[in-house]
Design a protein around this ligand. Sequence first.
Ligand code: PNS
Length: 158
Amino acid sequence: MSCAVCPGSFDPITLGHIDVIERAQRMFDEVVVAVAHNSAKNYLFTDEERLTLAREAVAHLPGVRVELITGLVADFAREVNAQAIVKGVRGSADYDSEMPMSLLNRHLSGVETVFVMGEPSLAHIASSFVKELARYGGPYEDMVPLNVARALKEKVEA
Ligand code: PNS
């Protein structure tokens, strides 16, 4: 059984993330989406909200499950016996940040990172843009799954 981990903050999960998860799902028998912590970020959604929104958004994909992790992605990848960590790359800025992280994760765990190029028509999507649009009344509904659009609306109206 091949297994891949798709880690991220997923604050919140977007259609760009789902595109990458679907690509991973076509390559691996099992995909574990790891809702992780980036200590440099202040999250809009709580851990439980990020987990629930991601779970709902990928519920239609067989072989995909979502877990919340509080520690290192490298440790988690080893725990679930993953052969790979899968990350999407939208452009050179993603490459610049992901490359050192992939080397660190391999150093820590021996697990390789596989980079996939996402669908180009989704390359403008980022959780940070979606949150900014939601805060300032811009349209974001076509960048996120329906459950996330609803949750964002509630969050910014609260
Ligand atoms: O969606 P993001 O915020 O770009 O994801 C970054 C994330 C959460 C994958 C990264 O910060 C991470 O791997 N955090 C878990 C802790 C960890 O393993 N840190 C070591 C790598 S710097």
